[in-house]
Design a protein around this ligand. Sequence first.
Ligand SMILES: [Zn+2]
Ligand SMILES: [Zn+2]
Length: 238
Amino acid sequence: MKKLLERVKRLIFVPKCIFCGEVLPLSITVCLCEKCRAQAPFANDKICERCGKPIDMVQGDLICKTCRNEKRYFDKGISVFVYEEKPKQAIIRFKFYNKKSFARTLGSLLAQAIKDKLTDMEIDILTYVPLHPKRLRERGYHQTKMLAHYVSEICGLPMQEVLVKTHYTPPQRTLKAAERKQNIANSFWVALDIKGKSVLLIDDVYTTGITVNTCAKALKKAGAKQVLVATVAIGKDF
Ligand SMILES: [Zn+2]
Ligand SMILES: [Zn+2]
């Protein structure tokens, strides 16, 4: 009977490594095989102290170029992976090819990174970069909310819908860096009273940082005491 149940379960959901597709034991919840985990580009070393972006440390800098030159409204950012081929492909499949099952693995890895890298940080509210309702209808699911759901469960943080996307804007990835800031300026609205609170903001990818910085600006304007950012993957500064 138990064997039959196992077989039925396997027919419905086969855990596979999100990087290489290797079939994994049914008991596994974080679907990253040992080999891929050992080779994964974790964003742990030589990273910007402010945003978590890998930096070229030959000159001994601890802060990346962008954080040095532009105002940062968030206090600290961390990321699980560097945005290299394997994480990039996994995120693209999660976000655009209906791989909703990846949320659990990516969310669990994100939760672990938050525990490891934001230790001792006070966090009152967990939230995520919102999708415009029209975009949500197009995609059918809210990928950053799904990630935040797992982080909330694993880290024991209360998740709330703090930000609302008020304007429907073209996806940031389709625009040049210079256009990105203008594209989403003033398009986030804070729907809750967050005065004096420390907010942890979740997003999937951090490239220029404009999206999370714009959200952080709105949160700070609404009175947030601290804004922390956690993403699944982050681009390099060099
Ligand atoms: Zn693998
Ligand atoms: Zn930085």
